[in-house]
Write a protein of this length. Structure first.
Length: 136
């Protein structure tokens, strides 16, 4: 994480902003609430980060005429352009970290981590009356 943070900082991007940018590069136009859920952070944390990102010129926020309750987040040209600069930095950090790790070990690790993420996702949204139903 530290290796990526220092590389992002050289481009004026915080690690927190990186998280939101990655999501928006895949699915631009999400609501603040959906973006917060996808990033796994609280809504107040998301609002603060988006305020800073808007100030930096990476995103805009808007409300639909028919539904003023939802705030939609859209990348600006500047925010979209960061993808070409920042994704290679993450790839570089991943390759540094995976140096000397076999393809089989990489695949096994990825499968294990995805299974862990899915288990925790299921736990977070399971029945609250069950013994496993604690909301995370």
């Amino acid at each position: 994480m530290r290796a990526l943070q220092s590389r992002l900082a050289a481009h004026g991007v915080t690690f927190g902003h990186w998280t939101f940018l990655r999501i928006l590069w895949e699915r631009d136009g999400l609501t603040q609430r959906a973006l917060s859920a996808d990033a796994g952070v609280s809504e107040p944390t998301t609002v603060a980060a988006l305020r800073a990102m808007a100030k930096a010129g990476y995103i805009t926020r808007s409300q639909a005429e028919r539904n003023r309750k939802n705030v939609y987040v859209h990348l600006t040209t500047k925010g979209r352009a960061l993808e070409a600069k920042l994704v290679p930095l993450a790839v570089e950090v991943n390759e540094i970290g995976l140096a000397g790790v076999s393809a089989a070990d990489r695949a096994a690790t990825q499968r294990a981590l995805l299974a862990i993420i899915e288990n925790l996702r299921e736990e977070a949204f399971s029945d609250p009356s069950s013994s496993r139903g604690r909301r995370i």
